[in-house]
Design a protein around this ligand. Structure first.
Ligand code: RIB
Length: 295
């Protein structure tokens, strides 16, 4: 079976419960602070593991982030490639409001210390047909995509958080994009409110060999590749914290794909998993195990 490498961020999430997000020039007192294991990379690895896959995770942490590696160890990941360096661990300052919505301020820290030498060391253990999962929270993304693609690995990119750096990457080498409306609009070159079918069609025009999975929050999710377009509705649940919902969707969709499901089945599995995630607080701890998915 092909292996799955997540070359991704590992963050300490500091979550502040607030009545409403802080605005420019304003000071707001939070009711409570909680600390969680997080980072888009770590969350996606946890989702794939809890969905039943074997996953290798590569990335960098500082000394105070060793508990993130231990968390992945306990979940069953292969963490032998994670490197501890003398830099602060990446962290996120997350405001969470009473509707469970969030806004996130990131500090890259060790996630942004990835070097070409480290990339070569990590990729040496992977081959043609293996999967590599990436987000936009680590350094040397262009080099990673170029080297992984040369090896014949299947490149999966969640271009989040989206910024101008994404457009410097060799995006034609990406096999699967996981995007929300903001990221999808940026890739498509259209407005965020564009119809999902048109938006994904524009992405396919630019990247004809790719599959794009577009999550739309309460409006569900769609995916499109050259073989067709699939849409699924969201499940109606009471959200307490939307953090990691997209990461859960990504991890569970990929698990379905690796396990041989159709795109529609992958979308249904991922929809159910992420609906559970939003009913629980925090990032990685909120991600469900496969036995919680009822189908
Ligand atoms: O997608 C959610 C994640 O984004 C959080 O865990 C935070 O660390 C940021 O990376």
């Amino acid at each position: 079976m092909n292996r799955i490498l997540n070359f991704g961020s590992l963050n300490i999430d500091y979550v502040y419960d607030v009545p409403a997000f802080v605005k420019k020039g304003e000071t707001v007192s939070s009711y409570k602070r909680s600390t969680f294991t997080g980072g888009k990379g770590l969350n996606q690895t946890v989702a794939m593991l809890r969905a039943g896959l074997k996953v290798w995770h590569a990335g960098m942490i500082g000394e105070e982030g060793v508990f993130l590696k231990e968390y992945l160890d306990n979940e069953g990941a292969d963490t032998s490639l994670i490197k501890t360096i003398s830099e602060s661990t990446g962290h996120a300052v997350i405001q969470r409001d009473i509707d469970g919505d969030n806004c996130i301020l990131l500090y890259g820290g060790a996630n942004r210390q990835i070097t070409k030498e480290y990339v070569d060391t990590v990729l040496a253990g992977f081959d043609d047909g293996d999967f590599i999962v990436l987000q936009n929270e680590i350094s040397e993304l262009k080099y990673i995509i170029d080297r992984a693609s040369e090896k014949g690995m299947k490149v999966i990119l969640n271009p989040s958080p989206i910024n101008e750096e994404i457009f410097k990457l060799s995006l034609l080498k990406v096999d699967i994009f996981f995007v929300n409306e903001i990221e999808g609009a940026a890739l498509a070159g259209c407005s965020e409110g564009e119809d999902a079918s048109i938006m994904t069609g524009k992405i396919l025009d630019k990247f004809p060999d790719s599959l794009t999975v577009l999550t739309l929050g309460e409006k569900g999710a769609v995916c499109r590749d050259k073989d067709g377009y699939t849409a699924v509705e969201a499940e109606k649940v009471k959200a307490v914290d939307t953090t990691a919902a997209g990461d859960t969707f990504t991890g569970y969709f990929l698990a379905g794909l690796v396990l041989g499901m159709s795109n529609k089945e992958c979308m249904e599995l991922a929809t159910e998993a992420s609906a559970i995630t939003v009913t629980r607080p925090g990032a990685a701890p909120s991600i469900p195990y496969i036995n919680e998915i009822t189908g």
